[in-house]
Design a protein around this ligand. Structure first.
Ligand code: PLP
Length: 413
């Protein structure tokens, strides 16, 4: 990226941004929620649209001068609807968290019951963590994965839903490697008198490319982020049935937000457009194939993969049979330039700050052009480090090979 103006006005900050650009270029990013946003989208996000106030919605703004802005948001809306087969989409939420908040504020009174995935089994903060607004405002009941399969037991969930009678059931998580059975969730919601929200923040890109069942036809609400598998700018969106369109729009503005981030909405429009291409479909198929190859290679080296594998872009590795823990592994791998995150595994006996697992994801490395043989090579580096007598020394030995890999597969333009 050209930082010429920033170098002139704020050299200290320009240097930090250049450092981050170098860090991204010279490391392998295996964080499942991250990706490389194309330069065309970064141009939209870095554009003059950041200067414009546009409270309201297309053709109904509280400010003048919104003709171009209206066209930009309308483009994002039309493309988003087409991409996901949505009856209605609101593209204004600043983040995935705000998208979830909009759904709750639209249909729940404080004290209402939410049935969502246990955070310790992969759920997200906004699905009811005590410290989060969701846990403070609502009565939270959690479902988890089965201890035997480490996958959601939909029959058990159906029984729990009939017992708990929640107002809202949430499907979707941050660290669940399996496809979500959206149709089954919809049936469970109907059977217990609940509404269904599918939070596809993580797997929106897979849905767009037909690699994961589309929740939009079966769920009352679908929330998502544009910056994870979808490979767009950092932001959120809400999809809903037409009957909820007004309520959702009202919950986002004026309920939660003031002026929309029009530069980001332009980036969302561009991301939705790219997500409708054949190249994007091929990319997402490779993301899943790479995650499967990674899980397979790890298993062949004796690692325990939570739930026995993956259907998505991510996998969870239980390091405890190897006598290791997540934080330590994260630090050693980071030293070699392999960036991953420690993660709790279901029924973890260790504390969340130092859990038993690491979470690995393939969206970023696949965006660089990596294929199965490449990710298998990365796994062998991971194993070399984690199995070494002196892991930091082995990480230093692996580092030049990682650098070489990064130069061969540069970050996409
Ligand atoms: N929902 C899920 C399942 C997530 O994994 C995340 C982010 O990790 C979010 C919502 C929130 O997205 P954001 O970080 O944009 O607020």
């Amino acid at each position: 990226m050209n930082f010429d103006a920033l170098k002139r006005d704020d050299p200290a900050l320009a240097e930090l941004l250049a450092n981050e650009q170098r860090r991204q270029a010279e490391t392998i990013d295996l964080i499942a929620s991250e990706n490389f946003c194309p330069r065309s989208i970064r141009q939209a996000v870095g554009s003059v649209l950041t200067d414009k106030y546009a409270e309201g919605y297309p053709a109904h703004r509280w400010y003048g001068g919104c003709a171009v802005i209206d066209a930009v948001e309308q483009l994002a809306i039309e493309r988003g609807r087409r991409l996901f087969g949505a009856e209605h989409i609101n593209v204004q939420p600043h983040s995935g968290s705000q998208a979830n908040m909009a759904v709750y504020f639209a249909v729940l009174e404080p004290g209402a019951t939410i049935l969502s995935m246990d955070l310790a089994h992969g759920g997200h903060l906004t699905h009811g963590k005590k410290a989060n607004f969701s846990g403070r405002l609502y009565r939270i009941e959690h479902y988890g994965v089965s201890p035997e399969t480490e996958q959601i037991d939909y029959d058990a969930l159906a029984r729990q839903a009939r017992r708990v009678r929640p107002h809202l059931i949430i499907g979707g998580a941050s660290a669940y490697p399996r496809a979500i059975d959206c149709a089954r969730l919809a049936e469970i919601a109907r059977g217990s008198g609940a509404r269904l929200l599918v939070d596809m923040a993580h797997f929106a890109g897979l849905v767009a490319a037909g690699q994961h069942p589309d929740p939009a036809p079966v769920a009352d609400f679908v929330t998502g982020t544009t910056h994870k598998t979808l490979r767009g700018p950092r932001g959120g969106f809400v999809i809903c049935k037409s009957e909820y369109a007004k309520t959702i729009d009202h919950a986002v503005f004026p309920g939660l937000q003031g002026g929309p981030l029009m530069h980001v909405i332009a980036g969302k429009a561009a991301a939705f457009q790219l997500a409708m291409t054949e190249a994007f479909r091929r990319y997402q198929a490779q993301v899943v194939a790479n995650a499967r190859a990674m899980a397979d290679e790890l298993a062949s080296l004796g690692y325990r993969i939570v739930s026995g594998g993956t259907d998505t872009h991510l996998l969870l590795v239980d390091l405890s049979p190897k006598g290791l823990a997540g934080a330590q592994a994260q630090a050693w791998l980071g030293r070699a330039g392999i960036v991953a995150n420690k993660n709790a595994i279901p029924f973890d006996s260790r504390p969340p700050v130092d859990p038993s697992g690491i979470r690995l994801g393939t969206p970023s490395v696949t965006a660089r052009g990596a294929r199965e043989a490449d990710v298998r090579r990365i796994v062998r580096w991971i194993h070399r480090i984690l199995a070494a007598g002196d892991p930091p020394a082995e990480a230093d030995a692996v580092r030049p090979e990682v650098l070489d890999f990064c130069r061969t597969l540069p970050v996409p333009d």
